[in-house]
Ligand binder design. Structure first.
Ligand code: SF4
Length: 343
């Protein structure tokens, strides 16, 4: 069986948008064994993908070259006899392990002038802000070719019984609807819907007897705490108290999800949960939630998308002017709301 090494992106959302590429590799004849080199914080997501045969935890710190360690790992992997490596990040350092592993075909976008490291080089097309999933999926084919549409949608495995146990442990009530909000966005504040808007929506949902849970990593705890405080008891924060696996299980048990453009947005899409996905400085044309059950909300004002981490104009109108009532209406269209507030 041919063996392929995929060097995964460093972000959870990007890893999920790379799943259609993994599905394309799976369709090759003969079917290859697909092994993925991924940072520890992305590995739990990849381990839940049916297309992945093995996740190799990358020991490197984000942002460091660590040339010696990359050479060592490459030499260790040489014995696995990979036929091809596909490098998804654009950085020079991310292509070093396949190079040191002497993988005969090393595929990726040119990125940081990686002529010496790659030998099946794709040029980024003109639609650099076109769909990210398509951008990655191209790498399964010959340079210059386009992947057939429609692309496969991301899907994550979830053990329903384990997820139910996790939900009970964290206090999800079986008898009431549970909504998950994801108010964080590692990328920066220009992707975060204001805390007072999340809080106002939580109050509107609490009036409909819906429990609201705030999920995120420890880095999102401040954003989630701000929402919980402003919501005055209408939302409870679990940010930083769950592992990524537990967060995935809780998203999988949610009746619906309200999320910024973040890794958990793509997790919710891959678990087929109904969701309202809120876009500020980024665009749903570039990184949409890949699910029929998602509603992307994006105002598309004159300065948008700017892709900035912080609003360069200081007003964040792209998100401030996205009213909680509009998100509530989108949830109504998804059919996830009880018909009327509880009186
Ligand atoms: S410049 Fe416009 S799109 Fe960018 S963050 Fe500010 S309001 Fe949003």
């Amino acid at each position: 069986m041919p063996r392929i090494l995929v060097v995964a992106p460093n972000w959870i959302g990007d890893a999920l948008m790379a799943q259609p590429l993994l599905a394309r590799l799976r369709e090759r004849v003969p079917r290859p064994r697909t092994e993925v080199l991924a940072p520890a914080w992305v590995a739990p997501v990849l381990a839940r993908m049916p297309e992945v045969d093995e996740v190799i935890a990358s020991p490197f710190d984000h942002g460091w070259l660590e040339l010696g360690a990359r050479r060592r790992l490459g030499r260790e992997l040489r014995a696995r006899g990979y036929e091809e490596a596909i490098v998804l990040p654009n950085s020079w350092k991310s292509a070093l392990v396949p190079f040191f592993a002497r993988v005969p075909r090393r595929t990726g976008y040119l990125g940081e002038a990686r002529y010496a490291l790659l030998n099946a080089v794709h040029r980024a097309p003109n639609d650099a802000r076109g769909p990210m999933a398509r951008h990655y999926a191209r790498l399964a084919g010959a340079p210059g070719s386009e992947p057939p549409e429609p692309l496969a949608r991301p899907r994550l495995r979830l053990d329903p019984q384990a997820a139910a146990r996790t939900a009970r442990r964290f206090g999800f009530a079986a008898a009431r609807p549970n909504a998950v909000f994801c108010p964080g966005a590692e990328y920066g504040p220009a992707k975060r819907w204001p805390a007072e808007h999340f809080a106002a929506l939580a109050k509107l949902l609490a009036a409909r007897a819906i429990d609201v849970w705030l999920l995120g990593s420890a880095n999102d705890a401040a954003a989630c705490d701000a929402v919980a405080q402003a919501a005055g008891g209408a939302a409870r924060s679990l940010a930083g108290r769950t592992s990524l696996d537990e967060a995935i299980e809780l998203v999988g048990r949610a009746d619906f999800v309200v999320t910024n453009d973040s890794g958990l947005m793509h997790v919710a899409a891959a678990l087929d949960r109904p969701q309202a996905a809120l876009f500020g400085s980024s665009s749903p044309k570039h990184t949409p939630p890949l699910s029929e059950r998602a509603r992307a909300l994006w105002l598309g004002i004159e300065c948008s998308p700017c892709y900035a981490r912080e609003c360069p104009l200081g007003h964040l109108r792209c998100l401030r002017e996205l009213a909680p009532e509009r998100v509530l209406a989108a949830l109504g269209e998804l059919g996830v709301l009880p018909s009327a507030p509880v009186t």
